[in-house]
Design a protein around this ligand. Structure first.
Ligand code: DUC
Ligand code: ZN
Ligand code: ZN
Ligand code: ZN
Length: 498
């Protein structure tokens, strides 16, 4: 199967240039100023369009069993929503129940995903309990066939997913040994649990209680603590869903000292804010319940985008974990029972283009970096993914920067009956999405095949350097996730004379 994309402007994270792209058998085989179509070749006209690497969403929870419910977007609907929005690869989380074998949980996730995915996917793994057996299994799943190179630790969700600090620390020591990346959900779970109890007993039962139970300081504190412990463990750290300026400041503080910490804002946090939690319509407010909550500071979304532009935050994701109105309603009398999670995987690319590029904060190359290339580099599948280059997988999006669309539950591809971005008009539309050489989205229609996506094993040790050259013959920068040097986190004493 061959495909020719003609007359477009290729955008990589480091260059933009007009060129045609020839695809054969799922790979990019030629990039040249003008490639003649041969008879029978399918041609995609990309005149006045950008030709970009398909988005990589490094943080999703398809069909996650959570809070007594199961997230509505399964691996089929969820990946359909992804490709309709210009994302061609997701990284989902295997989340074992407490005490469960990692291998058993891994097989369950593969069993769910493999027959359903319409685009490629990789897996990250959560560590929800600790012991020698888990440490041993961590080593096993970092081997080639399993393809896990990152482990996520929850510092929130007490009693469900949360690990204690000493478990997190030991887990990071193991990550460092295995040359895997540690990821963290950073909120102070113990204090949140106390606050929830207090709020409920004082009669606050609505979604405003959700945001009140989880003030931003508890995200900032946990982020700072996680960075501090990662430095002690000499382990690179990736902070998922950075929702507040305080958390971003904690990351910046440690990076300035040389720590290797990556920060991931998500679509919801870049395009909406926590004012919704005070909406008079209970159900409206409940739709936005996720953790950490959306920021109550209306200037936060723009500030997070600027931090992406400045390189203080590094890549965007979604935390896509969807529950419908009925499921949200199960928490009608108690905000702690509202299933946590929001949509994002379909709208991330457009939202980041609109709030980033259209708003003049980032350029198209930075857009590619924060929606695709950085994820491919960090999770060690670059330049197979995340780049328009000869030899790379043909995961390509023809992007119309001038078109707009209005986000709505009536037209989205999620399996839920609302959209947190409802009514938002966004500039930047994915016109054609190509997954490993197959057109899966064109003319506003899905052309997907269940199970056609492939599992992408993610090897540990990003010291593996790809001996790649770019499409102009220039050698690519070696790609590696550096080890974190030891970083003392002692704060300076205040100046007594000031
Ligand atoms: N936060 C959510 O809102 N949902 C899923 C898990 C998480 O950390
Ligand atoms: Zn989380
Ligand atoms: Zn609202
Ligand atoms: Zn998550």
């Amino acid at each position: 199967m061959s495909l020719l994309i003609k007359n477009g402007t290729i955008v990589n994270d480091d260059a933009m240039f007009k060129s045609d792209v020839l695809v054969h058998d799922g790979k990019i085989v030629e990039i040249a100023p003008s490639i003649d179509p041969t008879p029978g070749l399918e041609v995609v006209d990309a005149t006045d369009r950008f030709v970009i690497p398909g988005g990589i969403d490094p943080h999703t929870h398809m069909q996650l069993p959570f809070m007594g419910e199961v997230a509505k977007d399964d691996f089929h609907r969820g990946t359909e929503a992804a490709v309709a929005g210009g994302t061609t690869m997701i990284i989902d989380f295997v989340i074992p129940t407490k005490g469960e074998s990692l291998l058993v949980a891994y097989d369950r996730w593969r069993g769910w995903a493999d027959p359903k995915v319409v685009c490629d996917y990789g897996l990250s793994m959560a560590i929800t309990s600790w012991g020698q057996e888990i440490a041993k299994e961590m080593e096993m799943v970092t081997k080639a066939d399993y393809g896990i190179n990152s482990f996520k630790f929850f510092l929130a969700y007490a009693g469900v997913f949360m690990v204690r600090d000493e478990e997190f620390y030991q887990g990071m020591l193991q990550c460092a040994k295995l040359r895997a990346l540690a990821r963290v959900h950073a909120e102070n779970g113990a204090v949140i649990a106390e606050r929830c109890e207090h709020l409920l007993s004082s009669g606050i039962t609505g979604p405003e209680g959700h945001t009140q139970s989880r003030p931003e300081e508890l995200e900032a504190e946990a982020t700072f603590r996680a960075c501090t412990m990662a430095s002690q463990a000499n382990c690179p750290l990736y902070v998922v869903h950075v929702m507040s300026k305080g958390a971003a400041a904690a990351i910046a503080h440690h990076r300035k000292k040389g720590a290797v910490v990556f920060g991931e804002p998500i679509a919801a946090g870049l395009a909406t804010d926590g004012s919704h939690y005070y909406n008079e319509d209970w159900l409206h407010a409940a739709r936005y319940v996720m953790s950490p909550p959306l920021s109550r500071d209306p200037s936060t979304p723009n500030a997070l985008m600027k931090l992406l532009a400045a390189g203080e935050l590094h890549l965007t994701a979604t935390d896509n974990c969807t529950f419908d109105c009925h499921q949200k309603s199960l928490g009608k009398d108690d905000f702690t029972k509202i299933p946590n999670g929001v949509n994002g995987v379909e709208d991330r690319m457009s939202v980041v283009w609109d709030k980033g590029v259209h708003a003049g904060i980032i350029d198209p190359m930075k857009f590619v970096a924060v929606t695709s290339t950085m994820a491919a580099k960090i999770f060690n599948c670059y330049p197979r993914k995340g780049r328009i280059a000869v030899g790379s997988d043909a995961d390509i999006v023809v992007w119309n920067a001038n078109a707009t669309r209005t986000i709505s539950k009536d037209t989205h591809h999620h399996a839920i009956d609302f959209n947190i971005f409802e009514g938002m008009q966004v500039h930047g539309v994915p016109e054609t999405t190509i997954c490993r050489g197959r057109i899966v989205w064109a003319d506003g229609q899905l052309r997907t095949v269940q199970g056609a996506g492939r599992f992408v094993p993610l090897p540990p040790d990003s010291q593996i350097v790809f001996s790649a050259v770019d499409n102009r013959g220039k050698a690519l920068e070696p790609v590696k996730v550096e080890r974190a040097p030891y970083v003392a986190t002692t704060l300076e004493a205040p100046d007594a004379n000031a």
